[in-house]
Ligand binder design. Structure first.
Ligand code: FAD
Ligand code: FES
Length: 280
């Protein structure tokens, strides 16, 4: 069992858990993830390692409430335990000195991007971070990201803070501006990453995306995380999750992510009804 050392509600639907997991903390690298199971009867879900502290033996994950498991996780508090916390999994991000690297994050991807931006800067790159939220009240970790970036650009869907619009629009302004960009790294919702890849494609700027297909074991055995990249079948858990965004078959990824939608809704409905009954 893994003890929760800290629980923070970063914004209404995005939460942070710091978990005691010394073995994971010892080996974690930017871009890797853990597979979490809340309890004996829970499903396994992958969450990116947002930070870690080897000395403390802790690993931090940041997650968005979207369905049953993330709702269950959101109800936990410091001192509670979770059944499984397996990792670090996946290939680490490829970190090297390239010149200018643009790190793009949205939703939970704002936190997932943090270790990558930090490592890219430590490697000697100029790091420009761009983050988005639907509205000002959904933004988090601006200062943390600013501290590891040469420039932080914030954009909100409703224009309630900084520029109005989405990360791909800010990215387009940068590449249109003519400044040399050597690499773009994007992490967040699938659609956002796809738009970023389409923005850079005409400019031939290499764009790495962190794919988030449905995963079960996270170790290459179930085949659930199958994606197509450059016409080849890959398993995101062991061949990724980082891939070249210009080579990804986005239609297949979007379709496969939605295959259990009916079951996901049923599961959430059953769990919420059970909770509602208990609370009466
Ligand atoms: C490598 C990787 C890293 C990720 N990192 C984070 C993170 O740091 N923070 C975060 O909030 N989310 C992250 N995700 C997505 C997260 O795993 C899903 O949101 C979560 O599994 C949803 O579970 P649920 O039961 O709450 O919702 P469900 O009702 O199961 O699903 C709701 C939505 O989540 C997607 N989903 C469902 N199960 C999975 C699964 N096992 N893997 C991936 N997507 C799934 C579905 O397509 C659906 O759109 C990551 C996914 C991957 C593959
Ligand atoms: S999650 Fe099972 S093969 Fe990738």
């Amino acid at each position: 069992m893994y003890e929760i050392l800290l629980k923070q509600d970063l914004v209404p639907n995005i939460h942070l858990l710091k978990v005691a997991a010394p073995a994971v903390a010892k080996k974690a690298q930017p871009g890797q993830f853990v597979v979490v199971r809340t309890d004996e009867r829970g499903e396994r879900i992958p969450l990116t390692i947002a930070d870690w502290d080897e000395e403390e033996g802790s690993v931090t994950v940041v997650f968005m409430e979207v369905g049953t498991t993330t709702r269950k996780l959101a109800q936990l508090k410091a001192g509670d335990f979770i059944a499984n916390f397996v990792g670090p999994l996946g290939l680490p991000s490829h970190i090297e000195k390239l010149g200018t690297v643009v790190c793009v994050g949205g939703c939970y991807g704002i936190a997932s991007m943090m270790p990558i931006a930090r490592a890219m800067r430590e490697a000697g790159n100029k790091v420009i971070s761009i983050i988005e939220a639907r509205s000002k009240y959904l933004l988090f970790w601006q200062e943390r990201l600013r501290s590891v970036s040469d420039q932080l650009i914030i954009t909100t869907g409703d224009g309630s803070y900084a520029a109005k619009g989405w990360v791909n629009e800010r990215l387009k302004e940068i590449v249109d501006g003519g400044d040399k960009v050597d690499l773009v790294v994007a992490n967040g919702c699938t659609y956002m990453m796809m738009l970023c890849a389409e923005t850079t494609r005409p400019f031939g700027i290499k764009t790495i995306v962190h794919l988030n297909p449905i995963m079960v074991d996270g170790t290459g055995m179930c085949g659930c995380c199958r994606v197509a990249v450059g016409g080849e079948t890959k398993f995101a858990c062991v061949d990724g999750p980082e891939f070249d965004g210009h080579q990804v078959d986005w239609d297949l990824l979007l379709a496969r992510r939605g295959i259990y939608l009916g079951e996901e809704i049923q599961s959430l409905q059953a769990w919420e009804c059970q909770n509602w009954c208990k609370s009466r």
